[in-house]
Ligand binder design. Sequence first.
Ligand SMILES: [Zn+2]
Length: 238
Amino acid sequence: MSLDVLAMAAHPDDVEQTCGGTLIRMAEMGYRTGVLDLTAGDMGTRGTPEQRIEESQAAARHMLLAWRDNQHMPDARLENTITARMTLAMRIRELKPRVVILPYWEARHPDHYHASTLGYEACFLAGLQQLPIGGEPHRPFKILYSTPYAGVNPTFVVDITGQYERRARAILAYGSQFRPKGAAKKSKVHLGLDELEGEMNQLARHYGQMIGVKYGEPFFIKELMKVDDVVEMEVRSV
Ligand SMILES: [Zn+2]
């Protein structure tokens, strides 16, 4: 198995909302894309872990993923331990992704920032010759951090206008997490579907506008981007 793009995140339904459109766009371009969810979301107040995994498989089909798995690490208490790092380094050696997408390293939910540092360190370890975990050493060429909820200025934005509808279907595959449209607000734990749609739309519109398209997904990278032709650069200055 070898993937072009692997997204790793703490909970099922995280990648759909942070970089789902980008994964769909890459799959449509012919790249092999995959997702590794670190926990099954078993501490969530809505739905059972089994339900969320089933929903994540349905979402995987909407996102045209070639591969998706769940690592079943402990939800709500995800930790960057040596065991966790070694386990993920092994998965990276198996999947050999060229690009890895991680959550941004600052977040409100501890699982999200732990997933970020854990993923980064696993990418580094997977490339070490001497690491005693079996498999061929492999270090991903590129690490992207998805930032729609991070409140930081992204390095670049991917135009997902053509993938927006498909991404919405992937997000809505998590039926156990939402209260149907028009349903009475019985409990606070179910987010209304209309509220979710509004929020998704607003964020994607916001980042889309920053590059002059309808919908976009933002990313941060630590290294610079190389430009060869300044005349053909896209996105008009303001
Ligand atoms: Zn999450």
